[in-house]
Structures are given as structure tokens and as C-alpha cells.
Design a protein around this ligand. Sequence first.
Ligand SMILES: *Cc1c(COP(=O)(O)O)cnc(C)c1O
Length: 381
Amino acid sequence: MKERESYLPYGQQWIDEEDIEAVIKTLRSPYLTQGPKVTEFEQAIADYVGAKYAVSFSNGTAALHGACHAAGISEGDEVITTPITFAATSNAILYCKGTPVFADIDERTYNIDPLEIKRQITPKTKAIMPVDFTGQPADMDTIMEIAKDHELIVIEDGAHSFGADYKGRKVGTQAHMTMFSFHPVKPITSGEGGIIVTDSIDLYEKLKRFRSHGMTSENLTRDEGPWYYEMVQLGFNYRMTDIHAALGLSQLNRVDSFIQKRREIAGIYNRAFREIGIVTAPHQLEETQSGWHLYMLKLSLNELKKTRREIFEELRAMNIGVHVHYIPVYWHPYYKELGYKKGLCPKAEQWYEAVLTLPIYPKMTDQDVLDVVRSVNKVLL
Ligand SMILES: *Cc1c(COP(=O)(O)O)cnc(C)c1O
């Protein structure tokens, strides 16, 4: 018998009437793209995280591509990142013809381990791309110290961590550049969308040019007239529209309540599952507060009579939308063809075999949360 009538996804947006009004207002305005909403959204995001500049993109992946370009990554450069991420993180390195180098994770936090980063540094290393996996900030102080010692650029993939706290500040000013994604399952949504925040005017200008065909109206080589602009590099059309920015701006009004709700749900799960002892949630670093984009259980498989797959399938049959985040990136056939081999990051690989993502998102009702707890208990005990 099913626990629930309807399928409970692992994540979902929360759109209200104000969001809808904001989008409609932009649809009735003179600008659908390259108008005032994009600039307003960028300023509001920069203000929220306390960064000087923000450059929006059509999605988070394009934003990461822009960041890798602005960091000057090119053929022969190595970039150290985590294998436990969405493939877009390391794909952005490949877009720039760089070489992703995977450093193993800290099994307690599931984030990239700074000691493993150190082990992977070579004279070719150009940058580090930590990911704030599940919404928990990576160990940024340690990573920035390593970067300073070796003169590396740090691009933080904050796709999960918009609104999370790191040592009394919002995530977004620790790295040289931080990316946030506004895909519907992420902390706030603009439909599709992404952004890079930075304190560097130089990176800011590079990002802006890259996003818009490599064109500029500044520092021109000739003065042909007021219409004149120049294309100075091969850029892309990676712009966000005003329609998307209007939705993002409206969502930003509710980010703190969204994060609050995620923290409450995580608290309920933590308490419920601590008692059953055969699962653990990620250890939280001191002075950080996760945004809880994902809630992941690590199963003690040798104490359970079922496999992870059986547990997954039983919960899905109960309409609980469990998931697994993520398959180690270099296991994918495309990466295998590039020469990456199984066994590269043993801790990440072992970890991957034992984890399960549970539903968590602000619009979940108390009943939804109870359904998850009840179903997990039923399947595991
Ligand atoms: C979602 C996500 C991205 C890509 O963002 P999009 O906006 O979907 O392109 C990159 N990295 C991580 C870790 C993500 O979760």
C-alpha cells in the first residue's frame, strides 16, 4: 500500500502571485531583455551577499564558463575540483580546454578536502573550484590560504549555497568569484539563470564582455561615431533576460524565509534519523550554516539487510522522490574516454555507494515531512 497519493519530488520551486505579477509587469514593459531588471537583479544579488559586482548569465553553467574564461584558464592549465558535483562544474574547465583534476572529499562534510587539494597541486595548477555541496560551504578559509600560497584563482560553485552562511557572512565574498544558479530546484529561481559575484573590477569587466559576444564600447581603438562598438574577443550570447531577472528579483524577497524553512526541515530529519542510528547526515563545520539545498543520508550498509538500490526503489514505490547526488563525475563515459579511471578518489567512490537524497524544499508541508520520516523508518527498520 502506498504511503502517499501524490509523488513528492526531492526539490521544487515555490512561485507565488507576486512572482507572477512581477513577470507580467516586465512582459508589458518596453524591455524583454537588456533592460533595467537585469541590472536591478545583479545589484540586489551583490548587495545580498555583500559583493562589489555581479554579472548575470543565462544559466549557472554559462556563468561557470564565464568564470573559467575570466580566470584565464586555457590549454595546459589544471584546475582542481571535486568529483562529487553536477558535471557542469568540471565541464566548464573543459570548455576552456583546461584539465579537471579531481581531489577527494572529506567524508564527514562531503565537500572537497583541502589536504587532498594540496596533494594535487602541480606547476600547471591554475585554479581551484570548490563546490558548496548540499548547501554547506566548503572549507573556504583553508582553500583561500592554499590558493594564496600557490597564486591560484578560486571559483566557488555556490549553485547549492545561495543564502548559506560562512563565518558570519553570506557565501559569495570568500572566493575570487562565486557562482549561483537559479534553476527551479535551487535556493531561489529565475526559471533558468546564473550569476557570478566578485570584488574584482577586472574580473567583472571580463565577465561582462564574455557574456555579450566579446563586444565593448570602452577603450575603443577608433572613434567612428556614437554608434560604434568593437568586438575584441570571441564571446558568447549568455545574457539573462529581463523576464527571468524580474522573477529572480521577486524570489529574492523570500530567500531568507526559504532558507529558514529548509533549516527547519533538516532539523526535523536530523532528530528523527539520529535515533535510528543506521544513517548519518553530513557533519556541519563550525561557524557555517548550510542552506540545505539537499538533505542526504549516508546509510550504514553493513548494518542493513537491504541494498541502497532496494531502499531507493521501495521509497520511490511509496511516492517519496528520493534521489542520488551525484555519480562521481569522472565515472561518466565522456570522462572515461578522456582517460579518467575508477579508483581516482576512493573516498568519494565509497561514499557515493551509500548515499540517498531525501526531499527537502520550502514548500513542503508538515505532512510531507512526516511522510518522509515515516516511510524511511518503515523501509529501514
Ligand atoms: C545546478 C548546478 C550547476 C549548473 O547550474 P545551471 O543553472 O543548471 O546551469 C552547477 N553546479 C552545481 C553543483 C549545480 O548543482
